[in-house]
Design a protein around this ligand. Sequence first.
Ligand code: NOJ
Length: 578
Amino acid sequence: MAARWAASTVYQIYPRSFADANGDGFGDLRGILGRVDYLARLGIDVVWLSPIYPSPDVDNGYDISDYEGVDPRYGSLADFDELLAALHARDIKLIMDLVVNHTSDQHAWFAASRSSRSDPKRDWYFWRPARPGTTPGTPGAEPNNWGSFFSGPAWRFDPETGEYYLHVFAAQQPDLNWENGAVRAAIYAMMRGWLDRGVDGFRMDVINLISKDPSLPDGPTIAGLRYGLGVPHFVGGPRLHEYLAEMRREVFARYDRALFTVGETPLVTVEQAQRLCDPGPCGLDMVFSFDHMMADYGASKFDLQPLDLRKLKAIFTRWQEGLAEAGWNSLYWANHDQPRAVSRFGDDGAHRVRSAKLLATALHLQRGTPYVYQGEELGMTNVPFASLDELRDVESRNFAEEALAAGADPDAVLSQLRVASRDNARTPMHWDATPSAGFSSGRPWLPVNPNYREINAAAAEADPDSVFHHYRRLVALRRSDPVVAFGAYRELLPDHESVYAFTRTNGAELLLVLCNFSGREVRAAVPEAGRWAAAGIVLSNYGAAGAPVVEGGDFRLRPWEAVVLRRSLRGVTSRSGT
Ligand code: NOJ
């Protein structure tokens, strides 16, 4: 089932930062409408739109106060319909962000729920009394020891009714109680509403967190950490598969067109991913694994370490092999929750263009469905934030507040956030070299990255050697080449510390992918190097400089070189990917 998206590429739009048509400094639907031809030129098949629903914006729209509307800052439902039609006219599908682990605390459901202990919606969220023997509302009185993903405890005391509610993200994002059938029915009805409107599916925010152990027990504690770990009690929880099977019956099964479903699934294992994608129980098309995003974590996500390529390769290979027969991989380096890929895994200085193309090649040549996050196709970089005050992201701000309160050095905290903050990915898209990067005629809600005069879409489209055109070729290659879409993956040289090498094989057709993740020239003892030396180049980031040289049975790869070669066991063929 999932393999039906094998030839597709998804493009993620973070709407507040994509394009602003009305000059209020905030991206909007008409802004996106003005850029659909850009998306068509890139060639992508599916747009994933991050939330556009009404929201008080504590977590940039991932705190939704009305699932059925469009926030007026983005436009209207009529604008939405126009955008959907414009995408469909270009053969591009649109998937919505489905954020149903939690709502905003400003959602009418939560307002009712918090209004009294006897309200019919009280049980739509998790309300619990203080821990026995404690004074409600004081530190340590929380119903259990779970910490929130966004710092502090996962509970907030509500003096009105004298109980706590659960929020595994920000305090303004109370968790919905999926144990309650009326909650599920309301969510399914809302999903059908969007599908009836014509959308093509959903990206499901933290969908593997929706089933919690209803006894909400304390989690394990870790030395040095103030709060316990709730995750064993709500990641891949007891009724997750049952809920997804029900969602499938109540929503997706009622439509006879191909709908696209991808689950965002933190901490998911290969085995769980197989099950979530199994057409029997759950039937998601694919899930997002986080393992490769954690390959460079030190003590936490705010403690990024130099990448150990061998570790990253082992993770990719485990997922490629693990989902070869069952399930399907989502391939991504970047999204609105991650710093910019070229700054994190490449070289955003002298080798920016080449390393951005290498990252694209290493990912898009794998088996799965690739995701491109806005600006990644330009090689956009992290932002030189000058002070903590410039950060807007709730996760970054809470982290800084907690670290400073614990006595951390503000410069050290700023250095961590410059590398790891989600705001790196959230500055406005660079369209051209005019003020505010052509994003807005007003003052952007988050300042543009100062390097927009050099890195922008207009310049990239005009330059045949740009990162943009490399992505365009990769997207086209996936659509036209069954080896890229379906071929079996086999890793070569797993112990090489700077070369990622693998083959893709479909019948008699073979591709070899070689990527030098370093700024040095390196040698790679690829099996059958002599035969590959005579193969045709499908794609390279060294352009006219041609294929790497084979010397003494080794490939000699230049700094950040990425090359894809093709051989046919029926005879060597040569082709160009342009
Ligand atoms: C995952 C989203 O991608 C992220 O941006 C958000 O903060 C959390 N889920 C909570 O909704």
